[in-house]
Design a protein around this ligand. Sequence first.
Ligand SMILES: NC(=O)c1ccc[n+]([C@@H]2O[C@H](COP(=O)([O-])OP(=O)(O)OC[C@H]3O[C@@H](n4cnc5c(N)ncnc54)[C@H](O)[C@@H]3O)[C@@H](O)[C@H]2O)c1
Length: 251
Amino acid sequence: MDMGLNGKVALVTGAARGIGLAIATQLAEEGCLVAVCDLDLEAAEAACRTLAERGSTAIAVSADVSSRASVAAAVARIRAELGPIGILVNNAGFSQDAPLEEMTEEQWDRVVDVCLKGSWLCTQAVVADMKSLGEGRIINIASRAHLGENNKTNYCAAKAGVLGLTSALSIELGKYGITVNSVAPGLIRTERVLGLRYYEDIDRRAKLSTPIQKSGESSDVAAAVVYLASSAAAFVSGDTLYVTGGRYSST
Ligand SMILES: NC(=O)c1ccc[n+]([C@@H]2O[C@H](COP(=O)([O-])OP(=O)(O)OC[C@H]3O[C@@H](n4cnc5c(N)ncnc54)[C@H](O)[C@@H]3O)[C@@H](O)[C@H]2O)c1
């Protein structure tokens, strides 16, 4: 099936590894010109070399999505090298857990700044391109954790905020042909997750409460993003696509 993505310029944040890399890879396979944007430029460059070996066009761009100046510089470079940005995937994010009374203000601010404010800043930076194209796709990587998880007040609040941001943007930008959606993954077996000290325990608990009885892969999330970026999803906006193996409750 032609997804209508050939030649489109896609900016994927946090794309040097994990879910972001899988998203960048699948969009590139569909013919997108991809900007692999990450704090870690070396890893982003390595990812682009692999994509280039497979015949795709990809550029590595360093940016901290929580900094307006950094995002502006990255977007200016992408625009100059690849053209106006038609697809934005706000994927960069991380968690820093602590019980409520031990969580520092810095931990709260950093997680909210990257997961929530970063998505807002990147959207602000690219929206003029999408308006000039007369169409656009914004896909925000939220998390099933917006339902609540232990010791993650910062992360859960930020991801719940991403859903609110998605709804508000879809209302504001729909008239320009821009759709805005979220993808909310459950537990996904990225290298980072596999390296967690308590991985076996969370994996066991996740499987017990997941109807499909397994954890997800980065490619599962990427497939959902490709769908939302494609022409097949032209009438889908303001929505959340859960990629959780059927696990919705907060257990
Ligand atoms: N892995 C999971 O189980 C899971 C589940 C639900 C949601 N998510 C979400 O999916 C997204 C990707 O997660 P992942 O597991 O692939 O993480 P990951 O740690 O494997 O990759 C995240 C990437 O983002 C980059 N990054 C971090 N802060 C950045 C910043 N300020 N600016 C630019 N880049 C930055 C990192 O350098 C890294 O390359 C995150 O938003 C995460 O919250 C992950």
